[in-house]
Design a protein. Sequence first.
Length: 708
Amino acid sequence: MTINKQKADKKGRAVPWNKVEITGGFWKKRMEVNRQVTLQAEYEQCKISGRVDSVKCIYRRERDGIPEKGVFTIDGVLAENMTDGKRIPRPHHYWDSDLAKWIEAASYALRHEPNEETERHIDSIVADFEALQEEDGYLNTYYTVVEPGKRWTNVYRMHELYCAGHLIEAAVAYYEATGKRRLLDVVCRYADCIGRTFGPKEGQIHGYPGHQEIELALIKLYRLTGEERYRDLASYFIDERGKSPHFFEREALENGRDVEDGGPKGILGKSYLAAGPYALFQAHLPVREQKTAEGHAVRLTYMGCAMADLALETGDESLWEACKRIWDSVTLRRMYVTGGVGSQDGCERFNFDWQLPNEEAYQETCASVGMVMWAYRMLVKQPDRVFGDVMERALYNGVLSGVSLRGDSFFYANHLAVKPEMFTDKIFRNPRMRPVRQKWFPVSCCPMNLARLVESIGGYLYTTKGNTVYVHLFADSRAEVELLGKSLTVRQETDFPWKPEIKITISAKESVEGDIAVRRPGWSRTAAVCIDGDAWKGGEEDDGYLHIRRVWEGEVVIDIIFSMEPILLEAHPYVRMNIGKAAIQAGPFIYCLEEADNGKHLETVFLEPSSNLELIWCGELLEGITVIRGKALRKKTDGWEGFLYRSKEDLGEAIFPQDALWEEMTVQAVPWFCFANRGSGEMLVWMNCLSGRGKDMDRTKEGSRELI
């Protein structure tokens, strides 16, 4: 097998993670925490829980299996998978994916910072996988150890292809980081086994995975090896999905299972969602016929990644149009202001349009990771600020919220409002919904998914297309970029996201004519640009990027200052839970109020458009952050003794006396991603907002304040 060397052409190209070095600033700090704390903590949890040793085939069903069919817990795992440290736990059917994601994240780290112990851990796990692999290439711990002989009998639910996909991604990353191809050879044999098993021919399984993932992994493998059969297999899985008669039903009947079987009744049953049978798995319709974002959010974002990748590689415009249609459904009607998706706890799924609750918000960390991955692939195909802004929003908010500043505890679900009593009273029973970051989860996809994204962040900064280098994200970094067959060094120096100044130095040993296109974020109303000290008078093009066109030779310095001030965001009027409310954004960050700064009962705080919000750097708070302070009003509770509800007449006046209802206060908001790092307490993103329109409101006296 040879490794494919890609050449520049008019098709969009990613600038890979191993061509970009993060040299300082915000992301350097986050990556250091990721390497020194997060990856180590994750490995220890994988070791303690039995994941690492599960690949060694030490579990014996007749000796260790209790009970025979297992007890399904509220956290979505079988009781026998919850080791107490004294017995050998039964390998779970997605543990291979947990190990694979950790290998992938650790591989990225090795490229940036060699670590002999980490490399030994990876090599040991790789050796176990290699020993586990069967002669025909099949590789899955669960079906080798727990249910031998039953491979490919429950593709609907048992994550075989999902685990295979993550193993492929791990192998590609480990090869790119170290040059070691042992795991790469293993997964190529496995991918070939899958290719012989699934497909349109007689004797093959005419089906697709219950949880999408392998599709985007196969495209990575194709791009590395140049072997078109991997791309074609990814296309088959996408094209086959949702066809009638439904594969999941055929599979169940062929293997003697109840079609409705597969978990707690009403959760994984085929008719659970209004969009139709198997909408939870985005298999209710062929992908080109799907018009709305349905079902499990992570599954959908991974499917979107594969659709965008395949549209790029094959030129399939019908697939691209379907991908954009689903994207619009997500980002225009079903996405949180933090870039998170999947509002429903039950099934970790999308709900109907405009259904974006705050206290009950789920927006799984993995789904935010998926949105970043999907947005970047959209940018490779079609550079447009619409995609870049969503990528930035999800990255700085939905993703970073998922890990503590110390790096050793995690969120699975990420709320936009927290009232601790909702959880102490167990109104929410799912432990993954707790608004306090936890050391680990029996379902541990989120910690590893977050770690691999943080460690590969350099791979999301740039793309190229034709004669243009696109700068999508801003980070203190150095990159080697190929443009029209010639090499450019792109150096960013910046304190972004805390400060709006970006210095980009372009170095070219050979002269090359083309564009450097820099995204002007949607939150920035203006952008001042200088080139080698002289003001640039160029304009912004329709794609939302500042296109600087010239012959690049020697060293050219581009200085950009974006406007970065606090702005109030309003939700669409159909998002009924946010009517009369506003959220604060400054730069890429969404801000929130916390009890630690503003006291209890945050629901009584009201902002005004004239609150004079101000950005202030606090070097000692939460490891150094920019806070927002401003004037606000708090609704008084005076006169409420003896009332749960009251009328104006209860106060003996025709109207509420305004001065008696409000007290002035100074609010302090912190970036939402770092909430809950000072213990448990209330939190609020969407705040009550007063119009301040005074006499313009009906029947109100001048100076009074009314709800928007």
